[in-house]
Design a protein around this ligand. Structure first.
Ligand SMILES: Nc1ncnc2c1ncn2[C@@H]1O[C@H](COP(=O)(O)OP(=O)(O)O)[C@@H](O)[C@H]1O
Ligand SMILES: [Mg+2]
Length: 239
């Protein structure tokens, strides 16, 4: 249980703006090693901004990001990926005109040496991608493309994976299988920061959650408690 209390990601008082638009206001959150933590909130709440700022895509106005005890505020993306974190972007970000295999190799571009072993690992985890390794990514189904995006992220041997709205545009049964995959990865030891508008399923799959509204955390807690919260049920679960 002691390991569960080790904080892998700590975000403190993070504020981010795009020009005059304030996207995040003093956001603080943490992910403990071995947790699935979900950021819940409607469109524009700030979920992507949090993930992109943690990864190093955006520069914060204020605040700090600490990963495995190291201050990584304003560190560039490539350093952070090498350092053990990765992002599965919103909209999956796979290259439609490239093969499944080449998409995966891109995920390991900073260290091609161990790529063979990592390929075997992801083809083991996602047999369907192995069968389709030479197929163009654009010909995959939505669910398979999401699997490819997750598999590509694993190619950089991360310890923490951020997954931005994986369920968007997928049929409910496919959404279930993507969440099953994330839970499976979590059982294998990956820490996961997830973002979702599919609040019910996301909370069901997570240990803890943060509710975001217009760039600020308005509520946080254990996922099972958030699921029972009357205000959350009314706002996000239509109950
Ligand atoms: N590149 C950008 N330029 C200007 N405003 C942006 C940009 N990206 C996001 N925003 C704004 O920042 C806020 C947070 O957006 P975002 O982090 O994408 O939220 P979410 O992922 O929860 O939908 C929104 O008001 C959005 O319009
Ligand atoms: Mg987003």
């Amino acid at each position: 249980m002691e390991q569960k209390n080790e904080v892998i990601l700590k975000v403190e008082n993070l504020s981010v703006s795009y020009g005059h638009i304030k996207a995040l206001r003093n956001v603080s959150l943490e992910v403990k090693r071995g947790e699935i933590v979900v950021l819940v909130g409607s469109n524009g709440a700030g979920k992507t901004s949090i993930m992109e700022t943690v990864l190093g895509v955006n520069t914060p106005d204020t605040g700090t990001v600490t990963f495995e005890g190291r201050d990584i505020t304003k560190k560039p993306v490539d350093k952070n990926v090498r350092g053990g974190m990765t992002l599965v972007p919103e909209g999956r970000g796979v290259f439609a005109t490239m093969s499944v295999l080449d998409n995966l190799l891109l995920g390991a571009h900073h260290e091609l040496k161990g790529a063979e072993k990592k390929l075997n690992f992801v083809f083991d985890a996602f047999p369907v991608l192995g069968q389709r390794r030479n197929q163009l990514a654009g010909t995959l189904s939505g669910g398979e493309r999401q699997m490819l995006a997750i598999a590509r992220a694993l190619m950089s041997t991360p310890r923490m994976i951020m997954v931005d709205e994986p369920s968007i545009g997928l049929a409910p049964i496919v959404v279930n299988s993507i969440f099953d995959i994330l839970r499976g990865l979590n059982r294998e030891g990956y820490s996961i920061l997830l973002s979702e508008q599919n609040v019910y399923k996301a909370l069901k799959c997570s240990h803890r959650g943060y509710v975001l509204e217009t760039g600020a955390v308005v509520k946080e807690g254990r996922a099972d408690e958030l699921l029972k919260d009357p205000a959350i049920r009314e706002a996000y679960l239509g109950a």
